[in-house]
Structure formats: structure tokens, C-alpha cells
Ligand binder design. Structure first.
Ligand code: F0G
Length: 459
């Protein structure tokens, strides 16, 4: 994949997929006519499509990773004992090695870790600051009567801004917030990378700054680390003085500033399921383990099969391999730059796991009330078989500030020729964008409407 000006550790050569392929799945390739019928039946809602009718599935990078031969191999020797399994010991050793945290509590995925953690700490009226809370994080806090507060820097909210660390938290605002809310902040957070802000990284300097503020106010600092490896690599290539260090070394330092973390390991765990809480100190640990036993499972499996723990133990290490990370970050950069060259605007700079097309700017003839993001996502499906996700007026209604279409890239799944093919098709869409029409919502469910709403194109 070609590179842009961002300084890289290697020379001018194409960045290749650093793997060869041993096991393949057929790619469903349909005719436009078939897709027209299928999309109409699905009410023009891409969430309602059967995956067998999707050629390129960019709905999420979560749980969609292709696992390595080493992971599949490790799964074969899993120890499925209910208690004290050797697979847990291996998983625990890897998590301890990367995070430096002694207490490791496995969960079936990220939101289970959130529910346990907030369940132990959040009481009605309490507030939890972060750069940006992810949807499930916010929902789990609010469900307990707490308030999830976003304090990302101003540059992080401006889609055109080229700040290298748009995921950073505003340290001044954070300090002010902690001062004003003394006694009602049970924990402080930071999401790396910042998914809600476009997969944007957070700098080491900023994490250090936030840690100092949380420490000053006696607030435990918990990281949401589902894309910690991507964040570490961004630090390596973008932050002053970090280029000679390994991504692993940077990750270890990142974790050292916090008191613990929650992780959806379906992302940088390079696995299809899994998560964990890890904590430096013993505070909360027995309470969390008791709650875990109640709803997730015994503390040495936490709702996962031992084979999942094995896949994670290997995957967490593979995610820190710099050949992999170089390729991983090149995917979104390549797609972002490719789309921009075709005159398709995206949130700048490209994030780690995803590229966000700015549909409002791209399709100025479709007003937000006619869902330009949905119109574009539907056309991308009809023309190319791509499934992407609208993040705009369909998802947020009148609260939407942007009309985006997210292409989140599964890890190690698609190759450069797939991406080139998609860019060719996107170029065709760009040429006839005037022909695209807005959409009308004909069925609206009472909550989380984007999952099941139905639409019709406006003729
Ligand atoms: N935190 C962040 C930053 C996330 O991006 C996600 C999931 C979670 C927590 C929750 O983890 O899904 O394992 O329960 N993000 C996915 C996405 C769903 O598509 O961005 P989970």
C-alpha cells in the first residue's frame, strides 16, 4: 500500500499484507439487480442484510478478525477445566506482561467488563470523564444513574483538522471538571484509540497529563484499551522522541500511567470474542470476581471457553507485531487517501480502524433530513456490495452534528486488490453523485432506531 507523508520506519516499498493465506472463505459476489431486490426487502437498512449477500463487510472491526495459524493451533491444546485451567494461566501471563497489572478478570466481551466495573463503582449522580465514551460505555454508566462526560480536545471535533492526536483529552477542562466535581467522580477514563472521534489516537504525553490530574484528585484512572496496539503504533510514528521504541514498549508505558483497564479483546486481541478487566491494586477485585461468578462465569474463564483464552493469549502478542501494525495503519490511510483523490471527503486524518466519509460535504444536494449518509451507504451496497454504517441523522436524529459513513476494517481479512477494487467503484459513484437521491424513513422503532428502521428512496 502506498504511503503518504507520514514518517515511517521503512523505505519507499509498498507495504504488503505481512501474512500468507492458508484458509479462505468465498467472497459473495452478486449482480446489482440482485442487490437491488435484497436491499428493498431489507427496507434499505444495511443492518437487516444477510451477511451472505454482502461482498465487503465494513460494518465493524469488532470480532471480525481472521485468526492466525498460531491462534488456531493454540486453541487445539486448550484446557477446558472449569476451574484453574492452564489456558487461563497463559492468558493471565500475557495480559500481565503487556499491562503490568496483577489482577486479570476475563469477560466475554467489552461491555461485560463495563457492566461489572461500573456496577461496582457508579452510584446515581456520579460522573465519569473521558476523552469520548463509546456507546456501550455511556449506556452502562447511564443505566446506573451516572453521567458519562466527554472532554475531547476541540480539534477532535473538527473533521478537517489534521492534529496528530485528535483523541487527546482537554487537560484544562479535565482539571476544571475534577475540581468542580470533587467527591462525585468514582473513576476517570480515557479511550484509546478514540473510536467515537474516528479511531483517533491519544498521545503518551496526554495520557501522562491525564494521569497526573486524576492522581492529584485521588481518582482511579481506568483505560478503555480495545485498540491499544494501534494507539501505541500511532505514538511510535507520530509522537516526538518515540520512533526508536517498540510498540510493545510504548504499550507497557501507556498502561503504567493508569490503575487499570477494560478491554474488548474483539479488536486488538485479534480474536472473535473476549474481553477483560485488569487492575494494578487489589481494591475491588474480590467484589468484581463475585459479580463475575454471578453472571459471567468462574474467575478463570469469565464466560469464555478456554480455547478463546488461548486465541487471545496469542492474539494480544500478535497485535503488537510491528509488521502487522504498519500494515494495519496503512489500510485506513490508503483508503482515506484513495477516497480523497476521488473527491470523496473523509474525516482527517484517517483513523486506525476505520475511515469516515463525510456524506454531507460529498452530497450537498441531499439535506440532512433526507439522510445523505444512508443514501450513500445504500448506493455503496448496490454498486459494490459494501456494507458500511451510517453515523449521522439516522443514528442520532436531531442530535447529529455530522453525516458520516463509517468503513471499519476487519483485521487481516481483505487484501489490497479488494481495496483497489472498492476505490474503482467509489470513483464511479463520485462521477454520478448528482444522481443519488435522499431517503425517507417509513418505519421508526421507539429506541436505537438505526438497527431496525426502514427506508424508501425519495424519487
Ligand atoms: N469500547 C470501545 C472503544 C469500543 O469501540 C467498543 C466496541 C466497546 C468498548 C465495547 O466492546 O463490543 O466487546 O462489548 N465497539 C464496536 C464497534 C462494537 O463497532 O466500534 P464490545
Amino acid at each position: 500500500m502506498s504511503m503518504n507523508k507520514e514518517k515511517e520506519t521503512r523505505d519507499h516499498r509498498t507495504i504488503i499484507e505481512p501474512f500468507k493465506i492458508k484458509m479462505v472463505e468465498p467472497l459473495p459476489i452478486l449482480e446489482r439487480g440482485e442487490r437491488e431486490r435484497i436491499l428493498k426487502d431489507a427496507g434499505f437498512n444495511l443492518f437487516l442484510l444477510a451477511a451472505k449477500n454482502v461482498t465487503f463487510d465494513f460494518l465493524t472491526d469488532s470480532g471480525t478478525t481472521a485468526m492466525s495459524a498460531a491462534q488456531w493451533g493454540a486453541m487445539m491444546i486448550a484446557d477446558e477445566s472449569y476451574a484453574g485451567s492452564q489456558s487461563f494461566e497463559r492468558f493471565e501471563r500475557v495480559v500481565r506482561g503487556i499491562t503490568g497489572y496483577k489482577n486479570v478478570i476475563p469477560t466475554h466481551q467489552g461491555r461485560a467488563a463495563e457492566r461489572l466495573m461500573f456496577g461496582a463503582l457508579v452510584k446515581p449522580g456520579m460522573k465519569i470523564p473521558s476523552n469520548n465514551h463509546f456507546d456501550t460505555t455511556r449506556a452502562n454508566i447511564e443505566q446506573l444513574g451516572g453521567q458519562a462526560v466527554d472532554l475531547v480536545i476541540a480539534e477532535g471535533k473538527d473533521p478537517a483538522n489534521l492534529h496528530p492526536f485528535k483523541g487527546n483529552i482537554d487537560l484544562e477542562k479535565l482539571e476544571d471538571f475534577c475540581e468542580k466535581n470533587k467527591g462525585s467522580i468514582p473513576m476517570g477514563m480515557m479511550t484509546i484509540t478514540n473510536n467515537t472521534g474516528g479511531g483517533q489516537p491519544v498521545s503518551l504525553e496526554n495520557i501522562r497529563g491525564a494521569a497526573a490530574i486524576y492522581k492529584k484528585y485521588g481518582i482511579p484512572f481506568i483505560l478503555d484499551v480495545c485498540r491499544f496496539a494501534e494507539n501505541s503504533y500511532f505514538i511510535k510514528i507520530r509522537e516526538k522522541g518515540q520512533s526508536e521504541r517498540s510498540a510493545r514498549d510504548i504499550a507497557v508505558e501507556t498502561f503504567s500511567y493508569a490503575d487499570g483497564c477494560m478491554m474488548s479483546a474483539k479488536k486488538d486481541g485479534l480474536s472473535n470474542i473476549g474481553g477483560f478487566i485488569a487492575l494494578k491494586a487489589d481494591t475491588w477485585v474480590s467484589e468484581l470476581r463475585n459479580a463475575l461468578i454471578l453472571t459471567e462465569g468462574f474467575p478463570t474463564y469469565g464466560g469464555l471457553a478456554a480455547r478463546d483464552l488461548e486465541a487471545l493469549a496469542v492474539g494480544l502478542e500478535e497485535a503488537l507485531d510491528e509488521r502487522y501494525l504498519e500494515y494495519r495503519i496503512a489500510v485506513s490511510r490508503y483508503m482515506g487517501a484513495g477516497l480523497n483523490q476521488l473527491g470523496i471527503p473523509t474525516v482527517q486524518p484517517a483513523g486506525g480502524h476505520a475511515v469516515y466519509v463525510d456524506a454531507k460535504t460529498f452530497l450537498p444536494h441531499i439535506p440532512p433530513a433526507q439522510f445523505p449518509g444512508q443514501a450513500l451507504a445504500c448506493e455503496m451496497y448496490l454498486a459494490e456490495g459494501i456494507r458500511a454504517c451510517e453515523i449521522g441523522s439516522v443514528m442520532f436524529g436531531k442530535n447529529a452534528s455530522m453525516e458520516l459513513v463509517r468503513l471499519a476494517f476487519p483485521r487481516r481479512v481483505y487484501t489490497q486488490s479488494h481495496f483497489d477494487y472498492i476505490l474503482e467503484g467509489m470513483g464511479e459513484i463520485a462521477k454520478r453523485k448528482q444522481e443519488l437521491r435522499g431517503m425517507r424513513m417509513v418505519y421508526e422503532p421507539p429506541f436505537l432506531r438505526h438497527f431496525t428502521a426502514r427506508f424508501e428512496p425519495i424519487s
